[in-house]
Design a protein around this ligand. Sequence first.
Ligand code: PRP
Ligand code: URA
Length: 212
Amino acid sequence: MSKLVIMDHPMIKHKLTILRNKNTSTQEFRTVTNEISMLMTYEMTRDLPLEEVEIETPLVKTTQEQIAGKKMAIIPILRAGLGMVDGILTMVPAARVGHIGLYRDEETLEPVEYFSKLPTDIEERRVFVVDPMLATGGSAIEAINSLVETHKVPSENIKFVCLVAAPEGVKKFQEAHPDVAVYVAAMDEKLDENGYIIPGLGDAGDRIFGTE
Ligand code: PRP
Ligand code: URA
């Protein structure tokens, strides 16, 4: 079973309540989505390797630490994943950004890929796939399938990061991709009969882009 990290922090809980509130405006929804994503970056980069580097402070020469190893790529699942990118880039501005376009067929709830554009050296990078919602898990599973099978990214180099998840979807995802760690801001109760997360926050893409 893959690693599952559920954020447990008052700032994130507070900000999620703002997102869940149906009266929150599109502008505020966007801002807060980026803020939570920025806070989650702290946790999802916790295991980055460090290397020693020699520098001079104004007083002495000293050996200190800096982040080493593989470079990063942020891969938002279109559309809603785009809403998380700026917040993450605030913390890791040098990361490359690739895109995978998937929509969930509202009848079958199956994901359909319609776009893919990734950094050419994606298989050498630490990859963070981001999408605010993990509901049935179909979109997340399909995005990782594409990265692993088509683009040859080792699954242990990938992390999946979302804001709100349903237990059913997380279970399905972990079974499909046992090597891919999952970071969620909140684990909600269940899916409804239309595959929406309860209590959730509604359709994340529509709320970020104001297309309701
Ligand atoms: C939403 C969401 C996820 C997917 C989650 O996207 O952003 O990608 O649904 O559902 P799943 O776990 O059941 O696959 P949607 O298909 O609504 O597309 P959008 O981002 O363009 O709004
Ligand atoms: N996609 C969303 O945007 N919201 C849900 O609750 C489920 C899937």
